[in-house]
Design a protein around this ligand. Structure first.
Ligand SMILES: Cc1cc2nc3c(=O)[nH]c(=O)nc-3n(C[C@H](O)[C@H](O)[C@H](O)COP(=O)(O)OP(=O)(O)OC[C@H]3O[C@@H](n4cnc5c(N)ncnc54)[C@H](O)[C@@H]3O)c2cc1C
Length: 375
């Protein structure tokens, strides 16, 4: 038996689901396939929440993709479920002279993104929840915020009525087979398999995309305390400290995570239990940066994985030997927000026959090394 489509999109995370959405809007018969379900708990897009921000240092293309993606996220969310986005803003905490922050401010200005620069005293006055080092300054993006990641992707697939089946797929020679023995017959195949890409294409990707273990902690504010919720404080990124966080959303807890790369894992078999070392590091940071939460209880944890390329640039390219097979991934800890832009870009390449920009090409991906930051 065959599953038929113009384009089969394998992987219903942010990259795959949005690619399927764009292709369908362009009039293609799409089939979306996922081994475990859209934004499942093993997937990188299966987390509770993800920051959408425009700041990207000097990497202007990603700022522009954030602007384009935000418009599509907003249009979809306003139409379906406004609770999928919290416009609480994003605060970048910077040390004096921090070049990433200076570059971010320059690019945001050039791209017409609204932002404020805050000196240490402004920062303390506006959000006394944060304890800041002397000389710290910040960039605040008021239009940024948090997307409810898992719910957003599941809502996108459901409300767009994208044809979807749950199957595990593999490439056998030039044919694509499911775990039920069906062949998937399509004019083109998009493998948007995030951290699984290296397992599916070991010869070309095993040394180019590495899934790293990332631990996320949710701490519980005291009873009746509202200052750590999204209506009282923004999402935040501590540039030098390599920590980031999201306010308490839907009563889940104050989210905090270390951006440094953990060990390489297998996304199918990894046991998702937190490690005492990572929890200890998170607690120490929490007490220092948010003294009112020192000693707050841990109320939830999540073990996710980044799907890293060496320089944190995405992979959007054809398979080197199979021109109708596309490889899409390498979100490297920052890809969720860009699902709409990645899908649009790939749809343009697929339908227009162009070559991808060099920065997204397979050839540009170094054969080893993990990106050391999601910025
Ligand atoms: C802790 C953490 C925090 C993050 N924070 C942010 C953030 O704040 N902002 C941001 O923009 N990004 C963030 N990211 C990054 C972002 O979540 C990822 O880059 C993005 O979700 C990747 O999406 P994807 O579609 O490429 O992969 P995934 O979401 O992993 O989707 C891949 C899908 O492929 C399916 N699949 C795999 N193999 C097969 C197969 N053989 N057959 C069928 N299906 C298959 C899987 O089941 C899965 O659903 C974060 C990531 C983590 C882990």
């Amino acid at each position: 038996m065959s599953l038929l489509a113009d384009v089969a999109v394998i992987g219903a995370g942010s990259f795959g689901a949005w690619t399927a959405w764009h292709l369908e809007r362009a009039g293609r018969r799409v089939l979306l396939i996922d081994a475990y379900g859209p934004a499942n708990s093993r997937a990188s897009s299966g987390g509770e929440s993800r920051i959408i921000r425009m700041g990207y240092g000097a990497r202007e293309i990603y700022t522009r993709w954030s602007i384009g993606s935000m418009a599509l996220w907003r249009e979809f969310i306003d139409r379906t479920d406004p609770s999928l986005f919290h416009q609480c803003g994003c605060l970048w905490i910077a040390a004096p002279g921090e070049p990433f922050a200076t570059d971010t401010a320059a690019v945001l200005s050039r791209c017409g993104v609204s932002f404020e620069k805050l000196e240490e005293a402004d920062l303390r006055r506006r959000w006394p929840q944060f304890s800041c080092e002397p000389g710290a300054w910040a960039i605040f993006e008021p239009d940024a915020g948090a997307l409810m990641a898992r719910r957003a992707i599941q809502t996108l697939v459901r409300t767009s009525h994208l044809p979807y089946v749950q199957r595990a797929v593999k490439l056998e020679g030039a044919s694509v087979q499911t775990n039920l023995g069906e062949s998937v017959s399509a004019g083109a195949y998009v493998f948007a398999c995030g951290p699984w890409l290296a397992k599916l294409f070991p010869e070309i990707l095993a040394r180019r995309i590495a899934p790293s273990r990332q631990e996320v902690f949710f701490f519980g504010p005291p009873p009746g305390e509202v200052r750590f919720g999204a209506s009282h404080m923004p999402c935040w990124v501590d540039i030098a400290g390599q920590f980031y966080g999201i306010p308490d959303l839907e009563g889940r807890g104050f989210k905090l995570a270390h951006d440094a790369r953990g060990p390489v894992i297998d996304p199918d078999t990894e046991q998702r239990e937190p490690s005492p070392e990572a929890l200890d590091r998170a607690r120490r940071y929490l007490s220092r940066r948010f003294p009112a939460l020192a000693g707050a209880p841990l109320i939830e944890t999540r073990i996710c994985q980044y799907e890293n390329t060496a320089n944190s640039e995405y992979l959007i390219d054809r398979h080197p030997e199979l021109p109708n097979v596309w490889l899409v991934g390498g979100g490297s800890g920052h890809g969720f927000k860009h699902g709409p832009a990645v899908g649009e870009y790939l749809t343009g390449l697929l339908l227009g026959g162009d070559r991808p920009d060099d920065r997204f090409s397979l050839a540009s991906k170094a054969e080893q090394g993990l990106a050391q930051s999601s910025l």
